[in-house]
Design a protein around this ligand. Sequence first.
Ligand code: GTS
Length: 233
Amino acid sequence: MTQHKSAAVRRKEEVLLLPDVIQTPSMPPYTITYFPVKGRSGVIRIMLADKGEELKDIMVGDDWQTGPLKAECVFGQVPKFEDGNLVLFQSNAILRHLGRVHGAYGKDNTEAALIDMMNDGVEELRSKYVKLIYQEYDTGKDAYIKDLPKILCNFEKFMAQTNTGFLVGDKVSYADYNLFDILLNHLVLQPCCLKGFPTLDDFVKKMSARPLIKAYLNSEDYKKLPINGNGKQ
Ligand code: GTS
């Protein structure tokens, strides 16, 4: 797959060519516009932390509906993500873009297709989770937790047969970051949920121990954001 340079990387390289006198000390990073929660921004934050990239935050409040931002959002929703002049909506499109830019989208089209497939599976789990949190937490949590092993089993089996510690191939992909993020959420929802899933349990431990992810998970930036916007988790 062709590797693209992000606008941020291109800008940094362009500035290195400028005479000292007009160099700027730091270049604008990627920017995310979102509510002050992890939510759908959580995986983007983890992935960029692991890639050593900065992320500038623009936090929106409940009044965003009445301002100009709502109309600007292609599907009327955030997160909004900016990479230079490229403005993206839809969190999974943002992840795929970062996957292409940062070499986290497999080594060929076959791996890329499988990574997309597994990420669609993560999105299905995330959609169910979001529905539970925002619509059914008090009435549906027990049934959700009872049903969860059936879903986790699919990821467990797939990753076990890959046998590299990742979903696809022998390198971390954008789908691995997405799975990691949603598993962290589920470990808060049900701390013992990975019991009986040794491959996933090992995966979470190894991802958490990657030096830049470990530093990020221990940072105030990570800790200060609640997982969801309604206080449920
Ligand atoms: N499919 C979209 C994506 O993946 O980015 C869903 C985005 C979405 O649901 N955004 C919600 C939103 O903007 C916020 S959150 O659910 O991610 O926290 N809601 C406000 C609105 O007016 O719809």
